[in-house]
Design a binder for this molecule. Structure first.
Ligand code: PLP
Length: 387
């Protein structure tokens, strides 16, 4: 993770840029591999969290699968080395083009979110004389206790099938000859830090499967992603508690030897390895309310504006006296604010700040709003920090 020792090496790069700590990414992947192997679980990386090619190559090289939410993500996953037979594809609005492409690439499974989608996948598979493997995404109505924008498993959310729709799907499935229903899929939300929520999900999944598919011989169940990271103390907790997370499912999910348990984690894999490094342009405001204006904006990292997210910010170039600052960007929006009234060592024009825990839903959500430059990227193994 970024610290003061890396300053000289970093100062040569134009700001703002994402800094990726490749060693931390590898350590995180090693721990996840160790824990998932120990429980016999399969993990797909949720590409939506960060689609940076270098990061995808690292993850694919260890044999993880990919979880995609668009045809272009499926395409990118294959280009970056993921085995199509380890790719799953979710999303409420898959287009014919996306489905056709994924069928032609022979991906492992479609996570189907509506009755109409089942019919369309069946029809497109039929045209190709193939059988498409499908899991039904069920809406378990479990509260994720996270921000409303990243809650997905409630009845009011657009995701998954309601009980009524599952019954309709069961009714028509015998006629859909080009579909093989292999199992069930759940994903209830993101940045979930209370493992009790995953216990609740396991119990709800048991109950729904028993009630809706009492005679099923499913070979697949996918419990989604959602494991949160420590945004408040990233340096103390750089690697999430994968053991606690996976053992919660091991202990609470009814499972059989024939059925493989899958997960699709995003944030917990890449969140802590990324920092957004930005330079202070100006300091302004009265002494009682100082603004540190930085050269990164909400277009580079939208999480604070979109999700009220709070990221730890450090001043890489100062050890001065502590003062309070609002850290804001240059974009013409009041929402362009990274933190309000936070304590930082004395900040002055030209200082480098690092916004930590920015590896997930950071670079991938960046835009050129206000016609700003595309955010730069620097990898830890490309800089010399020996000095
Ligand atoms: N799977 C699906 C279907 C998702 O929509 C998401 C993100 O919301 C994920 C997996 C990954 O979630 P997370 O990054 O919280 O692990």
């Amino acid at each position: 993770m970024l610290n003061h020792n890396k300053i000289e090496a970093l100062e040569q790069f134009p700001t703002p840029f994402y800094f990726y700590d490749i060693n931390l990414l590898r350590d995180t992947l090693d721990e996840l591999k160790k824990q998932s192997d120990r429980f016999g679980f399969t993990v797909h990386y949720a590409i939506k969290a960060n689609a940076n090619h270098r990061i995808l190559n690292e993850i694919a090289s260890l044999g993880f699968g990919a979880d995609c939410v668009s045809g272009n993500e499926v395409k990118l996953a294959i280009e970056c080395g993921f085995n199509p037979q380890k790719i799953v594809f979710a999303g409420v609005g898959k287009t014919n083009t996306e489905i056709e492409f994924s069928l032609d690439k022979n991906i492992f499974c479609f996570h189907c979110e509506s009755v109409q989608e089942l019919e369309v996948i069946n029809q497109l598979a039929k045209q190709r004389l193939i059988i498409a493997k499908v899991a039904l995404r069920l809406n378990p109505d479990v509260k994720a206790n996270t921000h409303a924008h990243i809650t997905t498993g409630l009845t009011e959310n657009k995701f998954g099938l309601s009980i009524e729709e599952v019954l309709e799907a069961k009714r028509i499935l015998p006629d859909l000859e080009n579909i093989a229903l292999i199992g069930l899929h759940f994903h209830i939300g993101s940045q979930i830090t209370n493992l009790e929520v995953f216990k609740e999900l396991s119990l709800k999944a048991n109950q729904m499967e028993t009630e809706l598919f009492p005679d099923s011989k499913f070979t697949y169940i996918n419990l989604g992603g959602g494991l949160g990271i420590d945004y408040a103390n990233p340096q103390r907790n750089p690697i999430p508690d994968f053991k606690g997370y996976l053992s919660t499912f091991k202990d609470n999910l009814n499972n059989t030897p024939e059925r493989n348990v899958h997960f699709e984690l995003g944030r917990s894999i890449v969140g802590q390895c990324g920092s957004l490094v930005t330079k202070v342009t100006f300091i302004k405001g009265p002494s009682t309310h100082q603004f540190a204006i930085v050269d990164a904006g909400m277009n580079d990292l939208i999480r604070p504006a979109l999700y009220d997210a709070s990221h730890r910010i450090i001043n890489l170039t100062s050890n001065g006296e502590i003062s309070k600052y609002d850290v804001v960007g240059p974009v013409c929006e009041s929402a362009d604010c990274f933190a309000k009234s936070i304590e930082l060592p004395h900040v002055q024009r030209g200082d480098l700040l690092a916004i930590l825990s920015s590896g997930a839903y950071g670079e991938v959500m960046s835009s050129r709003y206000n016609m700003r430059e595309i955010t730069g990227v620097v990898y830890s193994d490309e800089i010399n920090t020996e000095k």
